[in-house]
Design a protein around this ligand. Structure first.
Ligand SMILES: [Zn+2]
Length: 373
C-alpha cells in the first residue's frame, strides 16, 4: 500500500504522492489491458476420426490434445447458449471462455468426442442436418442424440437438407426461394423438437454459407446463426454471422489451436465492401475475376497499429489506411469457391492477436455456381 495510507510513520511527501500516482497509473493500465480480454471463442469440428474425409477430420488423439490444452490453461468451457446470451444481452464472460460445437451429424461425434467430453464434464452443441440422421452407419441415430441430450449435450439446427442456402434454383421466384429456405430450416427445427423435446434458436449455416438475403430470413425467424469463418466472438458483431474457428484437415496442430483459442476480437465499428475504390457493394457474392475491397472502420480507442491480412490461397494481401479506415484487397482475382480475408494484429498482450475474417462466395464469370463442397 502507498505510504499516505499507513498513518504517522509515513509522512505525506511529494515522493510518496508521486509513487502513489505511478502505482495508480500502473493499475489503470492493467485494467485497460485486461478490459478487452474478455474474449470467447467457438470451436468447430466435424469428424473426430482417423478415417476419411480427411479435409474435415481430426484424429481422436489430436482432439484429446486440444482438450488437454484447454484444461491445462484453465479455459472455461460453457454451453453455446451461454455465449449467445452474452451476445444478446452483454452479460460479462470470464476471459478465455470457449464453446465446443460439431456440425454434420457424424457418428464419430457420438463414438469419439462425446465420451471424451462427458468424462471432463464439458458441454457441447451438436448441429445436425436432420435428413441425414440415422440414414447410414456414418451418421448418428436419433436414439444416440437423445442419449447425448439427456447428458447435457445441446442438439441444434443445421438445416434439413444441408444445401447451399444462397443459391437460387432455375425458374424459382424470389418468394418461392425464400419459402424453400424457411421450410428447410423450420422442418429441421420441428424434427429436433419432436425427437429431442426442445431445440434452441440457434442455426449453423451449411458449408458456413450465407449472404444478406439468407441472414435476413434467419433473423426474421429468430435465430442466432453461426458461420465457418474464423474469429473470436465480438459483442458488437452480427448475430447472423457469428464466427467459429474450424479445426480439422490441415488445421489440427496444437500450436495453431493455442494461437486461435487465445485470439481477441478486432474492434470493428463498421464493415463495408467495395467493388472498386468508388463503387460500394452490399453483396457477399462475387464473380470469378473480382478483387473486392474490404473496408474496416476500427474503433479509435483500440486501433491496432499493424494489421496483416491474408486471403484463401493467396498468402499476404494488400492493406492500406485511408481516412483512418483499413482498406484490404486480394492480390489476385478471386476464383470460384469460398474466399476469406483473414486480418490479424498484435494485441499488445503476449501471444494474443486481434482477429477478423470476412468471407465471400464466388461464382464463375457468368454468375453460375460451379463448386460443390
Ligand atoms: Zn455442415
Amino acid at each position: 500500500m502507498p505510504g499516505i495510507l499507513l498513518g504517522t510513520k509515513h509522512l505525506l511527501s511529494t515522493k510518496h504522492l508521486f509513487a502513489f500516482a505511478l502505482r495508480s497509473l500502473a493499475l489503470l493500465a492493467l485494467i485497460v489491458i485486461a478490459w478487452p480480454a474478455r474474449a470467447a471463442v467457438v470451436l468447430l469440428y466435424h469428424h473426430v476420426s482417423d478415417s476419411p474425409p480427411k479435409s474435415t477430420s481430426i484424429s481422436p488423439q489430436a482432439f484429446e490434445a486440444q482438450m488437454d490444452y484447454l484444461a491445462q490453461k484453465n479455459f472455461k468451457v460453457v454451453p453455446l447458449t451461454t455465449l449467445v446470451e452474452h451476445l444478446r444481452t452483454g452479460t460479462a464472460l470470464p476471459d478465455r471462455t470457449v464453446a465446443i460445437t460439431f456440425d454434420d451429424s457424424y457418428a464419430s461425434v457420438y463414438e469419439s468426442a462425446y465420451p471424451r467430453l462427458k468424462k471432463r464434464g464439458w458441454p457441447f452443441t451438436f448441429f445436425v442436418n436432420t435428413d441425414s440422421v440415422g440414414t447410414s452407419s456414418v451418421f448418428v441415430t436419433w436414439a444416440q442424440l437423445r442419449e447425448m441430450a439427456n447428458n447435457g449435450v445441446t442438439i441444434a439446427n443445421h438445416s434439413s437438407t444441408h444445401g447451399h442456402l444462397p443459391r437460387r434454383k432455375a425458374a424459382e421466384s424470389e418468394e418461392e426461394y425464400r419459402q424453400r429456405i424457411r421450410n428447410d430450416i423450420e422442418n429441421a427445427q420441428q424434427k429436433i423438437i419432436k425427437e429431442i423435446g426442445s431445440a434452441p434458436q440457434m442455426f449453423a449455416y451449411p458449408f458456413g454459407e450465407y449472404d444478406a438475403d439468407v441472414q435476413q430470413i434467419v433473423k426474421k425467424m429468430g435465430y442466432v446463426a453461426f458461420g465457418q469463418q474464423s474469429g473470436p466472438l465480438y459483442e458488437k458483431g452480427d448475430l447472423q454471422a457469428v464466427p467459429r474457428f474450424p479445426f480439422g484437415g490441415s488445421f489440427t496442430a496444437l500450436d495453431d489451436f493455442a494461437m486461435k483459442v487465445n485470439t481477441l476480437p478486432l474492434p470493428v465499428r463498421a464493415i463495408n465492401f467495395y467493388k472498386n475504390k468508388q463503387e460500394q457493394s452490399d453483396s457477399l457474392i462475387m464473380r470469378a475475376g473480382d478483387k473486392p475491397w474490404l473496408v474496416l472502420d476500427i474503433t479509435e480507442r483500440n486501433s491496432p497499429q499493424k494489421i496483416n491480412c491474408f486471403a484463401t490461397g493467396q498468402g499476404a494481401i494488400h492493406v492500406e489506411t485511408i481516412d483512418k479506415k483499413i482498406w484490404v484487397q486480394a492480390k489476385g482475382a478471386l476464383t470460384p469457391g469460398r474466399t476469406r480475408y483473414n486480418c490479424t494484429a498484435p494485441s499488445g498482450e503476449k501471444g494474443r492477436f486481434f482477429w477478423y475474417t470476412q468471407q465471400w462466395l464466388v461464382t464463375d464469370k457468368n454468375g453460375n455456381w460451379t463448386y460443390q463442397d
